[in-house]
Design a protein around this ligand. Structure first.
Ligand code: EZ4
Ligand code: CO
Length: 403
């Protein structure tokens, strides 16, 4: 049996912060897992170092499910983003090890490819509709089959999804949280004209997506979904906060715009009612925040019973290790829907050399044994951790709101 001999938590900041777990075995093979929780990175690093790593030493690296259950049930305190990101990192690293020892890419261990590649969506954004469309045309030229559109809201200084650099969106931007101002009525009026202009400029062959980022009430979301119906969106994302899963019933009663939710979910329980009642069309939970490849597989299999497809989160705060894992998962999951893809900076890519590749709107994880992603530890050590928070939102009268 391959015995776990060491596990190291690597914190690095090549352009942004990442936490990576590296598990080593006595057979000379190691595995990597992403453990990055944006804005709360060191909590996961401490959880791993103080409470998880000591339990791993000496265990059989092949017993992925047993280790998962040990860490989940054995903590007594279940779920939550910190715990589940830590468990995800272990799980991902063990799949990486199993693939390397078998000489197979992880997607082969998961049942093999169900498709030629994973359709991804790119992020077009701009301060104005014109800028956003211009950016979207660029993505279309690059071959993207699906594009997310986020545009500035007239009357608001800044909003979610609109970046300073249009090709690299990074919301965790300050040493203390930046305070933004939000107006639902201004936002609601701004979205339909964006998609109207987008269909004129981009045509109907490209899938269009939009992220509301948890900012509407269910009835407001119903209204926006209905207003967007003529433009046939691929999905409307995170229309309302999903703690109350039954709230999605109200949105469903009012619109046929497909709904996606779940990038902040940690377990199958966060989505159980949403899936069983078919209140959503796409589940956005991903490897790093939802307990790793093993748990995500269960979630996807459950979702498949109810015609819900996957649409994993894939922003830049999910490291290339998570991206690779998500692609192995997506390639081998029958009810895969789409994968979010925000390119990492060159600095990040240099720290995490990888085999996944983009061509004709699809991404493929490559055929290297394991996940096909590595970490250059010497280079990683050059980038010191820098505290960085996500912004917060207040309404125009100063009330704290959702970001
Ligand atoms: O705001 O990953 O769909 N993508 C998103 C992301 C999230 C960030 C938070 O860390 O909503 O941009
Ligand atoms: Co989102």
């Amino acid at each position: 049996m391959p015995k776990i001999t060491a596990a190291k938590v690597i914190v690095t900041s090549p352009g942004r912060n990442f936490v990576t777990l590296k598990i080593e075995t006595d057979e000379g093979v190691y595995g990597l897992g992403d453990a990055t929780l944006n804005g709360r990175e060191l909590a996961v690093a401490a959880y791993l170092n103080d409470h998880v790593v000591p339990c791993l030493i000496g265990r059989d690296a092949h017993r992925i499910e047993d280790v998962w259950q040990f860490l989940y049930r054995g903590a007594y305190w279940r779920r939550g983003p910190v715990t589940m990101s830590a468990i995800a990192a272990v799980d991902t690293a063990l799949w990486d090890i199993k693939g390397k020892l078998a000489g197979l890419p992880v997607y082969q261990l998961l049942g093999g490819a169900c498709r030629e590649g994973c359709m991804v969506y790119g992020h077009a954004n701009g301060k104005t509709i014109e800028e956003t469309i211009d950016n979207a045309l660029h993505y279309q030229e690059l071959g993207y089959k699906a594009i997310r559109l986020q545009s500035g809201v007239p009357g608001l200084n800044s909003t979610y999804g609109v970046s300073k650099d249009r090709y690299f969106y990074e919301p965790a931007d300050a040493d203390l949280p930046t305070e933004n101002v939000w107006s639902t009525s201004k936002y609601m009026r701004s979205v339909p004209p964006l998609f109207d202009a987008a269909r004129d400029a981009l045509g109907w062959d490209v899938h269009l997506l939009h992220d509301v980022h948890h900012r509407l009430t269910p009835i407001e979301a119903g209204r926006l979904g209905r207003d967007l119906e003529p433009y046939r969106l691929f999905w409307m994302e995170d229309a309302t906060p999903a703690e109350g899963q039954a709230n999605f019933r109200l949105i469903r009663q009012h619109t046929t715009t497909p709904l996606a939710v779940g990038e902040i979910f940690n377990s199958i329980w966060d989505a159980k009612q949403l899936i069983e009642e078919q209140l959503i069309d796409y589940i956005r939970a991903t490897v790093v925040h939802a307990g790793g490849i093993s748990h995500l597989r269960k979630l996807a299999s459950f979702a498949d019973l109810y015609n819900v497809r996957t649409g994993c989160h894939g922003a830049t705060d999910l490291s290339p290790v998570c991206m690779a894992a998500a692609l192995h998962f997506g390639l081998s999951t029958t009810n895969f829907g789409i994968q979010e893809y925000m390119r990492h900076t060159e600095e990040t890519d240099a720290v995490f050399p990888h085999h996944y590749r983009f061509a004709d709107g699809l991404m493929h994880p490559g055929d290297a044994p394991g996940l096909g992603v590595d970490i250059d530890e010497e280079l990683a050590a050059k980038y010191e951790y820098k505290r960085a928070y996500l912004p917060v939102n207040r309404l125009e009268d100063g009330t704290m709101f959702h970001w």
